[in-house]
Design a protein around this ligand. Sequence first.
Ligand code: ATP
Ligand code: MG
Length: 421
Amino acid sequence: MSINIPRGTQDILPGTIEKWQYIEQVAKELCEQYQYKEIRTPMFEHTELFERGVGDTTDIVQKEMYSFQDRGERSLTLRPEGTAGVVRSFVQHKMFGQANQPVKLYYNGPMFRYERPQAGRYRQFVQFGVEAIGSDDPSIDAEVISLAMELYKRLGLKELKLVLNSLGDTESRIAHKEALIAHFKPRINEFCSDCQTRLTKNPLRILDCKKDRDHELIANAPSLADYLNEESSAYFKKLQHYLSLMGIDYELDPNLVRGLDYYNHTAFEIMSSSEGFGAITTLCGGGRYNGLSEDLGGPSAPGIGFALSIERLLSALEAEKIELPITQSLDCYFVAMGDEAKDKVVQLTYQARQQGLRADMDTLNRKMKAQFKTADRLQAKYVAVLGDNELTEGSIVVKNMNEGTQESIKIEKLMAYLKQV
Ligand code: ATP
Ligand code: MG
């Protein structure tokens, strides 16, 4: 019996991988322009990092983590998201002491969550994300949001919706929390068991419950917007001011609560408003997490970031019918006729590659016609043909496949010729 891939994972094969590479390249260039540096943290961390860093009232920690005991009986977890690991690394390497502040980082790599697989929802998926740690000025919030928007725009997406909310500071949240408890408590038995636990631990998360989202008490729950203190309100207004200066449109949604526990002030999501998009329309989520560094044993260090998955980005491109400008043509395909010619072609193909050209040749000893067919399939710009006649003359025939012309060139001049055309 053959063995298949685990549920919720996928193989990304040649033909599709080019899209991933293209997106990764655009993201990398964008981060360079914005001065975000790449960080690579381990694929697994101590389970406790996520319990503390993501929060034990979240779906992620309660039911989505791939946790296991290693042979030393430590509990480890395949990372379900990137922020906790990045902030752990920030604290561990004392990046708060670096000359350049804030510390601006980006990552791009696989995340793991035990979810019910469906369109746009995988058990292994790739997140690209950024974190800016060390500033609590709303201009950095605007910068982070603009970076995410710019990535989508550069890839050609047009039907985007940016949704903003403010979760306020600790003081605002305590006031709101009390109002939420008073609101839900009398009828909490109508809610799922998770929400009943959330009521005391983190009632804000009830608003984000996927089971109880249609309950009437959710629609008329006390809105955070009414509980923001003056400072939080001013912060949120300033962010909106900066976004307006950049010409970035947004909508406000007082019920937007992010999936993770550690957010305060800014929370945002970017959605696809494309008609062709399925039920899950969120492409990107992010927000501010001023207490996380301290929660992980570091100094106070305010941070903001976002994460987006490449899988949902690809779905959005598909929904808007956008073709990425991917070219993968071959510079030269070498065709050999006869054993002696093959010797020479082995050498020439190697030389062409050393010269930085994209070159290929037949390795199945096929007939000339089949070799030409391959050259066509590989979209070779030039095909260089070597047979007995050419060998005795010390020359090679070079066909320009776009123009249908051909000329005979001295073998020793071939590399210079190919590089020039
Ligand atoms: P959702 O409500 O869809 O479960 P989330 O709140 O769990 O989202 P985040 O943890 O904020 O999502 O992750 C940020 C982004 O990563 C999401 O906006 C989405 O684009 C992507 N993402 C999250 N989970 C998955 C998954 N299982 N498969 C593919 N992409 C995902
Ligand atoms: Mg989720």
